[in-house]
Design a protein around this ligand. Structure first.
Ligand code: CA
Length: 311
């Protein structure tokens, strides 16, 4: 297969199939496995430092409930935004678990509680990736997601503005730079393109629900008209895999319609230990996505499996 047509493999939360998600260790492994891009999910600390965490809560991947039992909100959850960076740095990061039961989500993955992992800041991760880019001579791009910007702003913290300043300082500014910003909120994408003057690549994530914060009508965004409107703001979409391949194993119209508007399609999430029912094997799913649906990229918990497909 011609290399130039090979889809971009985005290490989803790093090589999260092998090491606890979003740790620097998981990012280093993703780089070593040849991921083309490495994902950062971003939330803010109380002192406005972007840290790499999938959720605004820290209780599904750390020992926060043991270390700071009095710091939960009335909903019983512990929020990154309620802790300073120095406090978050005292937490141990571990394999994702259900905070209600303590049970780890993916039973066959890295054993919960083993190892000594820490929450990383965005800057720490960018330094790791840029250092590896230099020492290996192979450039891995970055794929930052602004998490819950409307919620952050309601809490009086402007996450997007803070993240953008750091990205620009590390050299990510234009569409030629190896960086895609992604977000589930349409208003924030418009703000990035408008007042915040982001000139780099931008991906609209599509959730499986009808509506989301930031005036986001996911059902409309999936229509040809919605995709055409979106193309004025974004460079591509990030839908779930089952929006791209239907249960009868046939591609849906989504990729074709997105391509007709000039949008790239980077679906989430390829997991060898959680395949859709219609997939016969990990390789079968990759073939359907790459050959039948013609996606341009793929989020993968197992970057090596996706990178090595067809070799
Ligand atoms: Ca993400």
């Amino acid at each position: 297969m011609a290399r130039k047509s090979f889809p971009l493999i985005i290490a989803h939360r790093g090589a999260s199939g092998y090491l606890p998600e979003h740790t620097l260790e998981a990012k280093a492994m993703a780089h070593a496995q040849g991921a083309h891009y490495i994902e950062q999910d971003l939330v803010l600390t109380k002192d406005d430092v972007p840290v790499v965490l999938h959720d605004i809560h820290v209780d599904s991947v750390t020992d926060v409930a043991e270390k700071f039992p009095k710091r939960k909100r009335s909903d019983g959850r512990y929020y990154a935004l309620d802790f300073t960076l120095a406090e978050l740095k005292t937490l141990r990061v571990m394999e994702r678990f259900d905070p209600a039961t303590g049970r780890q989500i993916f039973p066959k993955r890295f054993q919960k509680g083993l190892g000594s992992f820490q929450i990383a800041t965005l800057e720490e991760e960018l330094q790791l990736i840029q250092g590896l880019n230099r020492s290996t001579g192979r450039i891995a791009g970055i794929y930052p997601e602004i998490k819950d910007p409307a919620w952050h702003r309601a809490q009086k913290h402007d996450i997007t503005r803070i993240v953008l300043a750091i990205l620009r300082r590390y050299g990510y500014r234009s569409k030629d730079d190896p960086c895609y910003i992604q977000c589930f909120e349409l208003d924030e994408l418009k703000r990035l393109r408008g007042p915040l003057r982001w000139r780099g690549n931008l991906i609209m994530l599509l959730d499986t629900v009808a509506n989301g914060p930031g005036n986001t009508d996911f059902n409309h965004l999936r229509t040809p008209k919605g995709l055409a409107d979106l193309a004025k703001v974004a460079d591509g979409i990030g839908p779930d895999i089952e929006s791209v391949i239907a249960h009868d194993r046939k591609p849906t119209a989504l990729v074709k319609n997105a391509h007709a508007s000039g949008l790239k399609v980077h679906p989430y999430t390829f997991r060898v230990d959680e395949l859709p029912k219609f997939a016969k094997s990990p390789e079968d799913l990759l073939k359907l996505l790459f050959k039948k649906a013609g996606v341009d990229g793929l989020f993968s918990d197992f970057p090596d499996v996706a990178v090595n497909w067809g070799k």
